[in-house]
Design a protein around this ligand. Structure first.
Ligand SMILES: Cc1ncc(C[n+]2csc(CCOP(=O)(O)OP(=O)(O)O)c2C)c(N)n1
Ligand SMILES: [Mg+2]
Length: 393
């Protein structure tokens, strides 16, 4: 469902894949159904935990920001199936290049919830070790991660070929790289350059677009006259359009794409059609630019409700499971909150040491100037004393 259609929109014949329909019943998809035929109820329960866990962490992120404990928060609500469904089929050796909203991806990759908050508390430029999780750091610069992902993928393919030529083929499965970006980022020039390179060199990369219908206040209809998946054909690779609120559809599309990518058949693009249910960030007010009707319509397509209905109706999963998961998620959020509140900001003067790998006379001079400036203030205890007297006056 597109939120609006542009007057000049070109009708698309590209199929929209779906496996779990809006009521949570199985819909047959000729191409993709075989890719999830083996998914067990335990695995579906894992996916449910992962989606709801991310949603709970996300809610706590918004509360922490509202209480002044985070500088900013970027809500993911609504995009849980698109994120969990695309990361779950990856191998730990696959490299992921996220944008800035991929919290469910990061959590599924083992990043601690509180580490996810570090950047948003403003105490680090990162938050986790990219090598440990094979997950690059967030970037706020739209699309900048995508040429990096393609370059990285080209490098892994060349390394593998060099090893094969030298008679030492790696024992692990060929690596795949995933670049996550949004509908808005898809209009950046770097995306075009990345796709041309990826196609020319049969690069093992999955371009995973979460089309959440909005780029801050710009609706999708303004950004593209065609579903984004159709663009792949222009570069010479396959593009799939999938219901991004359907966890099984996303898992199947991703498995299909990764299989092709690992077989050396070049890049694949997936456009997961989903919806950003909340604000763009905690600094945004969506009531200023979109209609309540639209939010309500998408509310009926909630990816978590859909999986819950499927677990209940098709697998007889009972309330106790959902209640236990909700309790566990609350505990995760409470532990995360405690960890966040215990994080002390690094001393500002230490940041000068991080400007260059080696000492630099100009940076030393700047540090000295900063310390001199700081020394001009009264000590904090005197300030506190002054504030107390002021308040009583
Ligand atoms: C290069 C660049 N241009 C503009 C911005 C400002 N900006 C931040 S988010 C955003 C919209 C992005 O929309 P989309 O790619 O759809 O991702 P979403 O936020 O919906 O997940 C814009 C324009 C930016 N961060 N970087
Ligand atoms: Mg968007």
């Amino acid at each position: 469902m597109a939120s609006r259609t542009h007057a000049g929109a070109v009708p698309s014949t590209l199929p929209r894949h779906q496996i779990l329909d809006e009521q949570g019943a199985i819909a047959d998809d000729a191409l993709l159904s075989p890719y999830v035929a083996d998914v067990t109820v335990e695995q579906l329960q894992h996916l449910y935990r992962s989606m709801t866990g991310a949603r709970r962490v996300d809610e706590e992120g918004t509360s922490l920001q509202r209480q002044g404990q985070l500088v900013l928060w970027v809500p993911l609500r609504g995009q849980e199936a698109a994120q969990v469904g695309s990361v779950w089929p990856t191998l730990p050796t696959d490299r992921i290049f996220p944008s800035y909203r991929e919290h469910a991806v990061a959590l599924e990759r083992g990043v601690a919830p509180s580490d996810l908050m570090r950047l948003f508390r403003g105490i680090t430029a990162g938050g986790w070790d990219p090598e440990k999780h094979n997950l690059n750091l967030y970037t706020m610069v739209l699309a900048s991660q995508v040429p990096h992902a393609v370059g990285y993928a080209m490098g892994t393919a060349l390394d593998r070929k060099a090893a094969q030529d030298a008679g030492t083929p790696p024992e692990t499965a060929p690596e795949a790289v995933i670049a996550y970006f949004g509908d808005g980022a898809s209009t950046e020039g770097e995306i075009h350059e990345s796709m041309v390179f990826a196609a020319s060199y049969d690069t093992p990369v999955l371009f995973f677009i979460q089309n959440n219908q909005w780029a801050i206040s710009v609706p999708f209809a303004t950004q593209s006259r065609v579903p984004l998946a159709t663009r792949a054909a222009g570069y010479g690779f396959e593009g799939l359009r999938v219901d991004g609120n359907d966890i099984l559809g996303v898992v199947a599309a991703t498995r299909y794409a990764l299989e092709k990518i690992r077989a050396g058949e070049g890049p694949v693009l997936i456009e997961a059609e989903t919806y950003r249910m909340g604000a763009h960030t905690t600094a945004d007010d969506p009531t200023k630019y979109r209609e309540r009707d639209e939010e309500e319509q998408w509310g009926h397509l909630d990816p978590v409700d859909r999986l819950r209905a499927h677990l209940r109706d098709a697998h007889g999963v009972e309330d106790e499971f959902f209640e236990t998961v909700a309790r566990e998620n609350d505990e995760i959020a409470q532990r995360m909150r405690a960890d966040v509140l215990a994080m002390t900001p690094p001393r500002f003067e230490d940041s000068f040491a991080k400007a260059y790998a080696e000492q630099h006379s100009l940076v030393d001079a700047e540090r000295a100037e900063y310390l001199d400036y700081q020394a001009g203030f009264a000590p904090q205890d005197e300030m506190d004393d002054h504030d107390t007297r002021g308040a009583g006056a």
